[in-house]
Design a binder for this molecule. Structure first.
Ligand code: KIV
Length: 278
């Protein structure tokens, strides 16, 4: 059975930390779930790391539906949250249409969107119509052209207060969890203790109820990119390149494939097939 938003609320009540990871395709979603993750985000960051878009602004709803559907097919126990992409939730009506596509065609059980009080009414409408919503505050990558490149948010009293009020507004509107991205540790902790729903941090310190990381960052798949908030728990870029160069060498040297990698034909069948084809 899949994890539910009620399970997540219970984890917060029990003080149990919530590990969340992104996944963007069937194969890695299977691995992430098999390793024990029960909350998966099909982030629009997948548009960057799977499709090569420069930022999340270029990611479309069609692309998110495709990525989400493949993750859902690869999982049976995780709660899958699909990211509503840039400008797909500008009005509550548009958000309902977009969430319907992501949940019906993509198959996810919840959606995520960026913003605070400006999207509270949208969060309320989505929740009322049966779409659970995860909020996303702090550095919001879809606003890269407004905010500039990734940097901490809420470092001054005024902006910190606005972040807290935004978080409270999202909770009041029905959000079941709130991502806090690049928020100072003590502020993220203060927000986490004031909300009843779980906070999920990324670059927001250990005081959040859960943590989310981009899979490609923590697996070390992006050789030239290690954001400050990430830690490499593996080095799959290196492992992949080593495996590929071993393959190239084996093909060149003739040590792969061997006869064990292909089927056999009986000698008399082959002789008969070649009889009049010298
Ligand atoms: O798209 C994404 O990966 C995200 C996380 C950074 C939270 O939104």
């Amino acid at each position: 059975m899949r994890t539910t938003i009620q399970d997540l609320a219970a984890m917060k009540r029990r003080g149990e930390r919530i590990p969340m990871l992104t996944a963007y395709d069937y194969t890695t979603a299977r691995l992430v779930e098999a390793a024990g993750v029960r909350l998966i985000l099909v982030g629009d960051s997948g548009g960057q790391w799977m499709l090569g878009h420069p930022t999340t602004v270029q990611v479309t709803l069609d692309e998110m539906v495709l990525l989400t559907r493949s993750v859902v097919r690869g999982t049976s126990e995780a709660l899958v949250v699909g990211d509503l992409p840039f400008m797909s939730y500008g009005t509550p009506e548009q958000a309902l249409t977009s969430a319907a596509r992501l949940m019906q065609e993509g198959g996810c059980q919840a959606v995520k969107l960026e913003g605070g009080r400006a999207v509270a009414e949208t969060v309320r409408r989505l929740t009322d119509f049966g779409a659970p919503v995860m909020g996303h505050l702090g550095y919001t990558p879809q606003s890269v052209n407004v905010l500039g490149n990734a940097r901490a948010q809420g470092k001054a009293a005024g902006t910190a207060r606005r972040l807290l009020d935004d978080a409270l507004a999202l909770e009041a509107a029905g959000a079941f969890a709130v991502v806090l991205e690049l928020v100072p540790t003590d502020l993220a902790h203060a927000i986490s203790t004031r909300l009843h729903v779980p906070t999920i941090g990324i670059g927001a310190g250990p005081g959040c109820d859960g943590q989310v990381q981009v899979l490609h960052d923590m697996l070390g798949l992006l050789e030239d990119f290690i954001p400050r908030h990430a830690q490499r728990f593996g080095n799959l870029a290196e492992a992949t390149k080593t495996a590929v160069s071993d393959y190239i060498a084996a093909v060149r040297e003739g040590t792969f494939p061997t006869t064990a990698h292909a089927g056999k034909i009986a000698p008399d069948e082959l002789a008969a097939a070649l009889a009049d084809r010298p």
